[in-house]
Each structure stands twice: as C-alpha cells, then as structure tokens.
Ligand binder design. Structure first.
Ligand SMILES: Cc1ncc(C[n+]2csc(CCOP(=O)(O)OP(=O)(O)O)c2C)c(N)n1
Length: 355
C-alpha cells in the first residue's frame, strides 16, 4: 500500500516536458480540452439552475475534472461505471452526448433517463454508465453485483465505482469491499476525497482519515493519488483497472482534490474558512494543466482561446438541444419504474381520484 504522485513541480520547460514524457502533446491537449469541457458544462449547469431551467438536487464536478478525465482514460468503452449523484462530468467522459446530459438536467424526454431522473440519476446502457445514485453508498452493492456478473459470465470487463469520502463510513462500503475481495471481483472503488461530506470534514467524520488505508482491512490494494493531476490519476487508475481485469484483483483508489464550490448548487458553503477556500482555488486542476502545458510549450494563449471557443460552442449546443427538447408526457411517469409488468402497480397521478 503506497501513496503515489506528489504534485509535480513546474520549474523549467525541460523539467515540465520530462514530467509529460510518454504522453504525446495531442493527447495532453485532448485531456485539457475534456477537463475544460466539464468545467464549462458545470458552470452552465449552475447558471441553468438559477434560471429555474434545472430543478431538484444538483451537485457539480467543479474541482474534480482531472480525476473525471484521468479515470475515463484508464477505462475501456465496455467497462462499467457507477457513480454517486455528482456525475455529470463522468457521464460526458464516458461518452454520452453532452446534449443528452443537459437534457436530463432540464428534465426533457431526450435526456439519458428520458427526463425522469434528473441530475442525480443519469443512466445509459450504451456507454455503460449504470447510474447516478442519490442514496449515499447505494451504488456500491450494485457495482459489486455487476462485477460478479462479469466474473460469472467469464468476461474481461471491469467495474469502476465512484463515491465521495463520506461514503467510506457507510455500512454498504464495508460489505461491498469485503465481498469484492473475498470473491476476487473485477471492481475498482474510486473514492473522491474532496475533503468534505456536505459540510463535515474527513477528519471530523473518519477515525482513519487516510481513506486508502481502509483497503487493508480487506487485504485489498489501496492507493492515494493527487486527484488534480490528470496523468497521475490516469496512470494509477490504469494499473488498478488492468489488475482487476487480468487478475480479478479489486482495489481502492483515493483521489484527493478540493470541491471548488458548495456541496450542491444551493449551498453557499459558509462553513468554510477563508483558508480552505483559497487552498481549493489554488488546487484548481484545469488552471494547473493549462499552466503546465504552456510551460512545457505544448499550449499557447492562441490555442487556449481556440479550445475555449470550441468548448463554448459544444456547451452552447448542449444547452440549445436541451432547450428545444420536449418535456416527457406525465402519463409516461410510471413507464420505467419496473423492467417488467408488475400486477397491481399504482399508476395514479397526484390529481387523479383515488377510486
Ligand atoms: C443514505 C443517505 N444518507 C444521507 C444522505 C444525505 N446526503 C446526501 S450527500 C451527503 C454527503 C456525502 O458526502 P460524500 O460521500 O463525501 O460525497 P460528495 O458529496 O462529497 O461527493 C449526504 C449525507 C443520503 N443521500 N443518503
């Protein structure tokens, strides 16, 4: 069990290039573009919320972009992903059309869950994003079940199961890690340590705040990585995903980053000290990669402006698609509750008579 990837120092062009060695500049610019897309998409989501185009609970990936993109780069398209409710960026990184993600946020029938799921319940079998879960820890037993199904059928796909730091204290976390280790299931548990569960810090809530160490209770490999460093995340995630694929070795990866805003879009995060806010700002992964790529000579201001424009067009197109999409028919509310017909299922809408 080790701690990997101390933050890279950007001292000179040569040193920065050396840190990027082995990854070609186009791929690096692609990571930057994808991270920037998540950033701008989420900023637009917050705006859509204040315009009352988006309702319900809504949590953003701001500050988590390097982990989102790094983990996606480590996965095959056929690998499965389960997440908590903070999943818009993961949905896009997994390959879902951003317009369908925004349409789901808008509650439109063209969305990933036909407009009935909203921010916390994106689901797409084609790209193998199997949710989007609002119940803290709810995704873990299901992810282990998917890994069991893969193993049972003799497949070589892997399940990545994302969660927040607070989730490591819920019962389902321990039950899931135990079964995954006992049965050698191909699942990587990805803990996003953004320092807080709502307003409670990891130190206040966890008797063992080094969350990656929890893996040792199940004789599982546990790693901690700087979650603001896209290459460090990609490299360690690749190692763990491939060990799960080849050897049926489950693992836990703790990615440390900072939430740039409140818990959800309606949380002004007044419980945060000025120091915590400034630490979070300094750890901004998008700004960091931009800085480092410029220092290495792989990006210049003109290219950044061109990527910004391309990203803005992409997010504009997603918003336009969502805006133009129809709302689902109220009568379709119950169509997707069960996979198969259930006798006696109530399909009564609020204004309908009881009898
Ligand atoms: C079983 C359950 N308990 C409580 C809640 C309320 N709740 C929603 S988010 C949250 C905090 C979870 O924090 P963390 O796991 O660190 O995830 P993050 O929000 O930081 O991504 C809580 C307690 C819930 N949704 N489900």
């Amino acid at each position: 069990m080790t701690t990997t990837a101390a933050p890279r120092k950007t001292t000179s062009k040569a040193a920065t290039r050396k840190a990027f060695a082995g990854t070609d500049p186009d791929t690096l610019r692609g990571y930057f573009r994808d991270m920037l897309f998540v950033r701008r998409f989420e900023e637009r989501t917050a705006q859509g919320y204040t315009q009352a185009k988006i309702g319900g609970y809504c949590h953003l990936n701001l500050g988590e972009e390097a982990t989102v993109v790094g983990v996606a780069a480590a996965m095959r398209p056929t690998d499965y992903l389960f997440t908590n409710y903070r999943e818009h960026g993961y949905a896009i990184a997994k390959g879902i059309e951003p317009g369908r993600v925004m349409a789901e946020l808008y509650g439109r029938s063209t969305g990933t869950s036909k407009g009935w799921g909203g921010s916390m319940h994106m689901f797409d079998t084609a790209t193998r994003l199997l949710g989007g879960y609002g119940i803290v820890g709810g995704q873990l037993p299901l992810a282990v079940g998917a890994a069991l199904a893969i193993d049972y059928r003799g497949g070589d796909d892997v399940v990545v199961c994302q969660m927040g730091d607070g989730t490591t204290n819920i019962g389902a976390f321990h039950e899931s890690l135990n079964i995954a280790a006992l049965w050698h299931l191909p699942v990587v548990f990805l803990v996003i340590n953004n320092q807080t569960g709502m307003g409670t810090t990891v130190e206040q809530s966890s008797a063992e705040p080094d969350l990656y160490k929890r893996a040792s209770a199940y004789r599982m490999r546990g790693e901690r990585v700087d979650g603001t460093d896209v290459l460090a995340v990609r490299d360690i995630a690749t190692e763990l995903v491939e060990a799960a694929r080849r050897e049926g070795k489950p693992a836990l990866l703790e990615a440390v980053s900072h939430r740039l805003k409140g818990h959800s879009v309606v949380d002004p995060a007044k419980y945060r000290s000025a120091e915590a806010v400034s630490t979070a700002r300094e750890s901004d992964p998008v700004a960091r990669l931009q800085r480092e790529l410029i220092a290495a000579g792989f990006l210049d201001e003109d290219t950044v402006a061109a990527i910004e424009a391309e990203v803005r067009d992409g997010v504009d197109a997603a918003v336009a698609f969502a805006d133009a999409s129809p709302r689902p028919e109220p009568t379709s509310l119950f169509d997707y509750t069960y996979a198969t017909p259930v006798a006696g299922e109530s399909r009564r809408l609020p204004a309908d008579p009881l009898f």
